[in-house]
Design a protein around this ligand. Structure first.
Ligand code: ZN
Length: 253
């Protein structure tokens, strides 16, 4: 009952603000120096377990970053030097901690976009991007395409608005045991999706052909497991995951 009243009074965005503020207190329980979150620079005794199939060492107690967010931020800062760039960036389904970091970089022109207006500054359908072609230096699309019914159109739209010398970083959850992406229109309910795709709101479960699916729509693609540039001890301390969710697909014209 109280939960219902809370939900009716506050928007999803406001509830998220409260939620994220409360993580500061959660973090106090995990003081320590065993793990380090690259997204918020905090050190903790552990990352927290997370996922439908629970993964240990996954969530940052303070900024709620997941393994894939930490891998991406390390790549953006250490390889792309994003902190020095004057880029125009389009970020789909922005992870809160990454959105915050990029908004702090005043040289960037940053657009965070989501189909759900409560989850980003701009409401946007990735299959109908309301921007000119050749507009963005960097597009970030992490764990979005598995949810989009017309994936091919979404990829072509990203390519259209990406500058000719720009970069789109695409990430997704990949079934490393499956060569081919699995999708079946008969799978409709959240229960069936969870059982077949591992998450209750996925439309497909990508396989090892994911890079090829991006290429089919016209991108040049390099698949990079950036985690592997770190030692095993560093991967563990930085909580960089196991590889099924953290692969960077670097897409260019
Ligand atoms: Zn963090």
């Amino acid at each position: 009952m109280l939960k219902k009243i809370y939900k009716s009074i506050f928007s999803e965005r406001q509830r998220n603000d409260v939620h994220f503020f409360s993580f500061r207190f959660r973090a106090l329980q995990y003081r320590g120096d065993k793990v380090k979150c690259s997204c918020c620079n905090g050190t903790f005794s552990t990352f927290l377990t997370y996922g439908n199939v629970p993964r240990e060492n996954a969530v940052c107690p303070r900024c709620n970053a997941l393994e894939r967010n930490r891998v991406l931020w390390l790549y953006l800062t250490k390889v792309l030097n994003i902190e020095e760039k004057k880029w125009k960036i389009l970020h789909f389904a922005p992870e809160r901690t990454l959105e915050k970091r990029m908004k702090q970089l005043k040289k960037l022109t940053y657009i965070g976009a989501d189909l759900n207006p409560d989850l980003a500054d701009y409401q946007m359908d990735i299959t109908q991007i309301p921007h000119e072609e050749n507009e963005f230096d960097l597009i970030i699309c992490s764990h979005v395409l598995g949810h989009v019914p017309d994936e091919g159109l979404a990829i072509r739209e990203m390519k259209r608005v990406l500058k000719k010398d720009g970069l789109a970083i695409v990430m997704t959850v990949i079934d490393l045991n499956n060569r081919k992406t699995y999708e079946n229109e008969a799978i409709k309910t959240p229960e069936e999706r969870l059982k077949n795709y591992g998450e209750d709101d996925l439309t497909r479960l990508h396989g090892l052909d994911f890079g090829q699916r991006l290429k089919t729509q016209g991108f040049e693609v390099e698949a990079l497991d950036y985690r592997l540039t770190f030692s095993e001890a560093e991967q563990k301390r930085l909580g960089l995951g196991q590889g099924a969710r953290e692969m960077l697909f670097l897409c260019k014209h």
